[in-house]
Design a binder for this molecule. Structure first.
Ligand code: F3S
Length: 427
């Protein structure tokens, strides 16, 4: 049914009070934006939201730092628990990654504004790893495509792509009832029958490649994935991140795993799929072929793990593999995570073990959200990044580093990434 875009929103008394300025002009402005947005999409009422993940103003967009500084000084304060997405540098030690001091100090200005607004300085693409797990069926608003798809699909915590509206929803605690908040829009529409040998999906990169293949077909539809399963949180994060990279998928159903898909029938809400696709190992092979532009035997100068950001267990495993070894001269190995997980890993000795190998544990950001991005260099008059050949186990990182850093890439499993780091060659 086509929504009626001319019906004004029905407001509750507390929403009316906010709009009329009883909670101050900043809240009135925030709810006004949220109402206008909802009316533009035909929503007839607002709902309370439980949690927000906020688009932290990265210093690579200078104007956005000035904007959030002014907004926080005007009195912008969040009304619900709100975490923050990645920055463009590791604020604790920006020089360790070669981040220019001017860029870091601009970024610190945004952090001050975030703190003033009551935002939680998580600076990560995986807030779920930090315990922000809203209940099944709750209403939320997130940014960061890899987080959005995880919350919607794996947790069943409902969210749309928040974008810039996230600030205003966080301040008034409201969002229009629309999009993926509604049962009818959570129905799977495309069915993917997977016939893939189990050994192809024993590592993170396999799930990442599967997501990339399906996302490219699904676009913005809701895919139902049948015939394969995993209960591992890291694999589900990788699958979702990849679905949201080649497509703009915000919700998927993995049959037998995700909570709205105990069966294919349930995922499709007892209707027929609009289309059915068969997926085989050959489709994964094609993703590896597309994402690997480094030729065998060629030098590798950058290896990166932690896209999306690593959790403590992943850092523990990596520390075990790097203990007592050293990566090749001329290779940078970045392992990206959030600052709280890094602190825990420091306490446990994992950071020291990893960094004794010559690798770097980087918090708050990642290679493509940093000064290594070619457009950032141009805007800030910095030298063009000297990354030539990057190896990763994440199809999202492979795709965006190729596009944004402008380097050659290779998609590989965790062990092959380490081999490239130890040898300095793609093998
Ligand atoms: Fe996170 Fe950067 Fe990957 S923001 S999802 S590590 S591209």
């Amino acid at each position: 049914m086509i929504p009626d875009y001319n019906i004004p929103m029905r407001l509750t008394p507390d929403e009316q009070a906010m709009l009329s300025g009883e909670h101050g002009p900043v809240v009135a402005e925030a709810i006004d934006y949220v109402i206008q947005f909802g009316e533009a999409f035909g929503a007839d009422r607002l709902v309370d939201i439980t949690y927000c993940h906020y688009p932290a103003e990265m210093a690579i967009y200078e104007g956005s730092v000035e904007d959030v500084a002014a907004y926080s000084e005007r009195g912008g304060r969040v009304a619900v628990p709100t975490t923050t997405s990645t920055l463009c540098c590791d604020l604790e030690r920006p020089a360790s990654t070669g981040c220019p001091a001017a860029l870091a100090s601009l970024q610190a200005r945004a952090e001050t504004a975030h703190r003033r607004m009551g935002l939680l300085e998580t600076y990560t693409c995986t807030p779920q790893s930090l315990g922000f797990i809203p209940p099944f069926g709750s209403y939320n608003l997130l940014v960061e495509s890899s987080a959005i798809i995880y919350y919607n699909s794996v947790l069943g915590a409902r969210t749309n792509r928040g974008g810039l509206l996230t600030r205003y929803s966080a301040v008034c605690g409201k969002y229009p009832l629309m999009g993926y908040l509604l049962d009818r829009n959570r129905r799977g529409t495309l069915l993917f029958n997977c016939d893939i040998p189990a050994d192809r999906l024993r590592t993170y990169d396999g799930w990442s490649a599967l997501g990339f293949h399906i996302g490219a077909i699904a676009g913005s539809a809701v895919p139902v994935i049948d015939g394969v399963r995993t209960d591992r949180q890291d694999f589900l994060i990788g699958l979702g991140a990849a679905l949201a990279t080649s497509g703009s998928v915000s919700l998927f159903h993995l049959v037998g795993v995700t909570p709205e898909a105990r069966t294919v029938d349930e995922a499709l809400q007892r209707r027929q799929p609009e289309r059915v696709y068969e997926v085989t190992a050959a489709d994964l092979d094609e993703v590896y072929r597309r994402m690997t532009t480094i030729q065998p035997g060629e030098p590798v100068d950058f290896v990166t793990l932690g896209c999306p950001h690593y959790n403590l267990e992943q850092l523990r495993v990596l520390a075990g593999r790097l203990a007592g070894r050293h990566i090749a001269t001329g290779v940078r190995l970045w392992v990206t995570t959030n600052r709280m997980t890094k602190q825990q890993a420091e306490y446990s000795g994992y950071v020291k073990t990893i960094e004794d190998s010559g690798a770097l544990v980087v918090a708050d950001c990642c290679p493509v959200e940093s000064h290594l991005r070619a457009s950032t260099c141009r805007e800030h008059g910095l030298p063009v990044p000297n990354v030539k050949a990057l190896v990763t186990d994440s199809v999202k990182m492979a795709r965006y580093s190729g596009d944004l850093i402008g380097c050659q890439t290779a998609l590989a499993d965790f062990e092959r990434c380490l081999t490239a780091a130890f040898s300095g060659r793609w093998q």
